[in-house]
Design a protein around this ligand. Structure first.
Ligand SMILES: Cc1cc2nc3c(=O)[nH]c(=O)nc-3n(C[C@H](O)[C@H](O)[C@H](O)COP(=O)(O)OP(=O)(O)OC[C@H]3O[C@@H](n4cnc5c(N)ncnc54)[C@H](O)[C@@H]3O)c2cc1C
Length: 359
């Protein structure tokens, strides 16, 4: 069986990896480069139990365990490590000392206070998202998968049965027995080709600093200089860099992923926000200024499963803020569904694409 996977983000490459473990021929078709979208620019923060009480909980718990297993099994380093995670309050406008419940790491400024421990090394972890996404692709290729650089433009189907026969890539048909739409926010394009609910994109900016503080992830509630409330996240990484996100963007999703750019003023604004939390971090050299779109559906849940009434068509997208966490369990379940007809490691019923109105 040959399966074409549209999109070389973390969902596409993880699906390719788990299919390749079942000796299925997986072909990933990627337009701009593996991990060029959110999968290369996200925080890479992982949590065992932060989805508890929601429909995502079983997938998140399974995926958290798989992240640990993959880091032990695959001979590549993508910066996987368990971390403590702290809740921080910071303000540019008022005294926040009443919120201080725990000692602050030395690299935080006076305007920031640790109000609680949100996770421990038993329940929270990190990965470098680009390195993980590339490692999944490399491991899949070692098992026989292939990567095609090209733009997916449509799906070809048998005129009688309606079964998928291939994907249109740069004007030519790439023959396959099944297709997986894993285009992240660009999965919206597939609404033209298949009866699929819409996936939208929500833009975020991030900075990577040349700064190596103590290894705690921080979730911050920040009152900015302008009196806005923001929620930056800070992830120090084992490679001596520190990632900061938490500033949204306004531009509409461009059709070509290569056209996703930071918006004017974003770097300065995110650096100013960072300075309110850690002046030392904000003063460090900026190694990367990034923007990307996380994929989401109208009800906030991913759509993972078979496309209604189109044999051989599958979708796995809309993972919103938890795509890095939930990629391994998604890939594993997709491989089970495609090969065995049913996912057994997690229940995909709540993520059935049929629940969404075709866009
Ligand atoms: C600022 C930010 C921080 C985040 N932090 C975290 C975090 O800490 N933890 C967490 O779990 N999640 C986090 N997320 C969410 C996570 O990054 C996403 O859910 C995840 O990356 C989505 O992966 P994907 O593979 O679905 O999509 P993408 O990564 O967008 O991949 C889609 C791919 O499709 C390709 N493509 C597009 N059009 C075509 C075409 N026509 N033909 C071929 N290829 C095409 C693109 O180039 C892209 O590589 C964060 C997201 C953002 C924006």
């Amino acid at each position: 069986m040959k399966v074409a996977i549209c999109g070389g983000g973390v969902i596409g490459t993880s699906t390719a990896y788990f299919l390749s473990r079942r000796n299925v021929e997986a072909v990933v078709v990627e337009r701009t480069g593996v991990a060029n979208g959110a999968s290369g620019k996200s925080g890479g923060f992982l949590a065992l139990d932060w989805c508890d009480g929601t429909l995502l909980a079983p997938m998140a718990r399974r995926s958290f365990a798989l992240h640990g297993q993959l880091a032990a099994e695959i001979g590549a380093n993508w910066g996987y490590r368990r971390v403590d995670t702290l809740g921080v309050v910071a303000s540019a406008r008022r005294d926040i000392s009443a919120y201080r419940k725990l000692p602050s790491p030395g690299w935080l400024g006076d305007g920031a206070a640790v109000h609680g421990q949100l996770g421990t090394t038993a329940s929270t972890a990190q990965i470098n998202p680009a390195a993980f996404t590339h490692a999944m692709m490399t491991a899949a290729i070692e098992n026989g998968a292939t990567l095609v650089n090209g733009c997916v433009e449509g799906i070809s189907r048998d005129p009688k049965s309606g079964h998928v026969t291939g994907v249109m890539v740069d004007g030519a048909v790439l023959r396959c027995d099944a297709v997986v739409i894993a285009l992240g926010p660009w999965s919206i394009l597939a609404c033209e080709w298949l009866p699929l609910g819409a996936t939208m994109g929500s833009k975020g900016h991030s900075l990577v600093f040349d700064y190596a503080p103590s290894p705690q992830s921080l979730f911050v509630e920040l009152e900015t200089d302008d009196g806005e409330i923001a929620a930056p996240e800070i992830n120090p990484r084992p490679d001596g860099t520190t990632y900061v996100c938490g500033l949204s963007g306004h531009d509409a999703l461009p059709i070509d992923p290569a056209d996703v750019l930071p918006e004017p003023g974003a770097t300065e604004k995110l650096r100013r926000m960072t300075a309110r939390i850690s002046p030392d971090l904000a003063a460090a050299k900026v190694l990367a200024v990034q923007a990307c779109y996380r994929p989401l559906t109208v009800d906030g849940l991913p759509q993972i499963g078979q496309v209604t009434d189109v044999p051989g068509a599958y979708v796995a997208t809309g993972h919103n803020v938890w795509g890095m966490l939930n990629a391994p369990a998604t890939g594993e379940a997709m491989a089970e569904l495609i090969v065995e007809g049913r996912a057994t490691t997690i229940d995909l019923a709540h993520f059935d694409p049929a629940r969404l109105e075709p866009g």
